[in-house]
Design a protein around this ligand. Sequence first.
Ligand SMILES: [Zn+2]
Length: 328
Amino acid sequence: MAHRTEHTFATPTEVEPGILRLTLPLPTGTRHVHCYFLRGDDGWLLVDTGLGLMETPWDEILAQLDGPVARIFITHMHPDHVGGAEAAAEATGAPVFQGRLDYTQCERVWGTDDWPERIAEWFLRHGVPPHVADELIESGHVFADFVKFAWNPTLVDPGDELDGWRIHATPGHADGHLVLHRGDVLIAGDTILTPITPAIGLYPQSRPDPLGDYMESLQLVSELAPRISYGGHGEPVTEPEARCAAIVEHHALRLDKTEAALTTAPRSGYDLSHEVFGGELAPIQRRFAVAETLSHLERLVALGRAGRIEDDRTVAYTAQLAGGRPPF
Ligand SMILES: [Zn+2]
C-alpha cells in the first residue's frame, strides 16, 4: 500500500538517544531530505545539509540544540545532501568532512560551468536526441544553482572515524558514497532506503559498473548487520538485512526486464530506457531513466548477458547470443 510520511520540517526530532533527525524540504522528487545530528564528545556531528536553494533557517534550527555543531559530514555529493554545506558551515562555524573520491566528483560536477554540456554530449552518445539533450543542458544549469557545496573540506577515507563512528564506502548511488556505523546503528545516506529504492545510474567519468558496486555495498551493509538504518529519505529501515535482500531482488527483476528488451540489432540506452521505464517522462526523469538503464546494461555486459558496441560517436547494446558470440 502506498504510504506517505508527514514530515515536520526544520525541527530537529530525537529518533533515539543521541540521534536527532532534521528534515528539510525539496522542490522535487521525494519532497524531503533527512539530515541527522549525532551527539559527539564536544558537540553535534551534522550529517548532510539539504539543498542550497531554499533558505534553510540554520540559526533557528541550531537554537533548538543543546550544544554546538562541532563537525559536518557529507555522505555524498548529490544536490540534496551537499547543496547546503556552505550555508551550514557558515552558520555553525564547523569544519566539513567529505570523502576524498566524493569531493573530487563534487568539484568536477558542481565546481565547473561546463558539466551540463559534458553530460549532454555523453547522453548524445547514448542515443538521446539533440532536442532532449538541449533540455538536459538547461535543467542542468538550473540545478547547479541549488548546489552551494563547501570548498576544500577535510577529506576522509573509508576506515576513518568521526566521533566514534566508523566510515565505510558504499559506492553505487554515488561512486564516493560514505556511511557511518557505530554500535548497531547505520547512518546510511541514500545507500538503503524505504519505501523507495535508491537510483543507481551510470554517468560520465565515473566508475564503470555502478550496479556491480552497489551489490557489493548491499553485501557490506548486510555484514555490518545494523539493528536500524537511518537514511536520507523515507522511513528508518528497521530490518536492514531484509531490506538489502529486497533491493537485490528489485534489481534482479530490472536486469531481466532490460535483458528482455535487447535484440540482435544494437539499441541505444535512450531507446531501451523507454521499454524499461516507459515512454512518457519529463526531461529530468528521462535523465534518471537513461542513467539507470545504462547501469543495468553495463551490469548485463559485465555478467556476459549483453553486448556493447561502441564507436567514436555512439554506444549501443545487443542481446548476447548463446555461446556469447557477437551477433555478426
Ligand atoms: Zn538523496
